[in-house]
Write a protein that binds this ligand. Structure first.
Ligand SMILES: [Zn+2]
Length: 131
């Protein structure tokens, strides 16, 4: 089992796959990723292997210079992966597809308001010089 990459929100490596308290599906152990440091919890995944794969799915650092905003189509295929969001007002890491982070923020007028690709962008890496 591959280890989990550090938390994209706080950088801590104190992240762990935690089995759901109530298991509703036979023959698998569903669970979520929990960061002990900043208390981030992901959505529930079908099993640890899938959770780890999605959590660790970040773009290769050597492509950093080619860090272009992700397209909506790319984002739709990145369910569970962390992306860096910039909307002119704030920039932060969000998890694609999670109700609490990305999709919620994305469809919510407060964050992106349908302006994706105009004033709101998502990146696989944190762009240089933005903080
Ligand atoms: Zn964290």
């Amino acid at each position: 089992m591959k280890e989990l990459k550090p938390c994209p929100f706080c950088g801590s490596d104190m992240v762990e796959f935690v089995p759901d308290e109530k298991q509703l599906i036979k023959n698998t152990t569903t669970g979520f990723i929990w960061c002990y440091c900043c208390d981030f919890t992901s959505d529930s995944f079908y099993n640890k292997k899938i959770a780890t794969r999605k959590w660790n799915r970040r773009a290769d650092p050597k492509n950093k210079l080619l860090n272009k905003p992700l397209t909506l189509k790319q984002l739709q295929q990145m369910d569970g992966a962390p992306v860096w969001i910039e909307n002119g007002m704030e920039s932060k890491w969000c998890i694609v597809g999670s109700s609490e982070w990305f999709i919620y923020g994305f469809t919510d007028p407060e964050i992106c308001g349908g302006k994706y690709g105009k004033t709101c962008f998502a990146y696989a890496h944190k762009p240089e010089g933005s903080d």
